[in-house]
Design a protein around this ligand. Structure first.
Ligand code: SAM
Length: 278
């Protein structure tokens, strides 16, 4: 098949990737799942036409989403929850921490997990960790029944509009707070300030209404439209922007993006983003 181009178009922006062939296309109960082999970026996963990851740069997003809350926490976390994240990338990164005893994942769409396990084993290998328990449910419902249980909660969701919509509301942030043990920390996919400024502002407000320390961390991901995405990190702790423990040399050797310096640096924002967060 001749090369063709796949474009994510949103809000007047587009991100176009040259692809070699289609690997898989499925319509699940919740969304259209597409996976392609690209020329330069490895595999490309889209949900409802929105880029979720490429092999080229997925490490940046997954390492930061997993490690920002892990190292902001005062003590090594024991219990983690991932909401969304059906590709397994955040699980893979959490799995590098032997201190974690249980890692729950609540994904609404089991078809995403099936596709990832079949075609993206280098990412979905996160599911093979014996500490991982998978729950197929809406994360906004799942969290309601949890009380003072998790040390970290990571929300690796699609954008609002589809099944991810309830994960962007204030009530969800209230429920995450209740689900945390004392000192717990959350990190949520918090969009691009260039592409979806009103959502960045809304998430920050929801987090601030519930947590003592809140920060917006930028992550450079070239294949997301505008090349950047944020993580909203929050907790009832002194300062989520500071890592509380060093990364061990063994783990540092396995990380391509996260380090203690970038943990703090990622929370330094330009003036227009500060304005959004005010
Ligand atoms: N890194 C990605 C991005 O571009 O933002 C997100 C990747 S991950 C595949 C997103 C996952 O969130 C999808 O598999 C989707 O099914 C899941 N999801 C969306 N809404 C959800 C909800 N309400 N509860 C649980 N999982 C949800």
């Amino acid at each position: 098949m001749a090369d063709f181009w796949v474009t994510e178009a949103m809000n007047g922006f587009g991100m176009t990737v040259q692809v070699k062939r289609e690997i898989c296309k499925r319509q699940s109960k919740f969304q259209k799942i597409e996976l392609y082999e690209t020329g330069k970026l490895g595999k490309l996963l889209l949900l409802d036409g929105i880029i979720q990851l490429t092999n080229f740069d997925e490490f940046a997003y997954h390492e930061m989403l997993a490690n920002l809350p892990f190292y902001a926490h005062q003590n090594p976390p024991r219990r983690a929850l991932v909401i969304g994240g059906g590709d397994g990338g955040v699980l893979r990164e959490l799995g590098k921490h032997p201190e974690l005893e249980t890692i729950d994942l609540c994904e609404i769409d089991e078809e995403v997990i099936r596709v990832a396990r079949e075609f993206l084993p280098e990412i979905a290998c996160g599911f093979d960790d014996p500490r991982v328990a998978v729950h197929i449910a809406d994360g906004s419902e799942f969290i309601r029944e949890k009380n003072a249980f998790y040390d970290i909660i990571i929300v690796d969701s699609t954008d609002p509009g589809g099944p991810g919509t309830p994960l962007f509301g204030e009530e969800f942030y209230r429920n995450m707070k209740r689900a945390l043990r004392p000192g717990g920390v959350i990190a949520t996919q918090a969009e691009s300030p260039y592409l979806l400024p009103e959502i960045v502002a809304r998430l920050h407000r929801a987090a601030r209404a519930n947590f003592r320390s809140v920060g917006y961390a930028s992550i450079l991901v070239p294949t997301y439209p505008t090349g950047t995405i944020g993580a909203c990190v929050a907790g009832d702790i002194d300062d989520v922007t500071r890592p509380t423990r060093p990364v061990s040399p063994e783990l540092a050797a396995k990380l391509r993006y996260y380090n203690s310096e970038i943990h703090s640096a990622a929370f330094q924002n330009p003036n227009f983003v500060r304005e959004l967060l005010r």
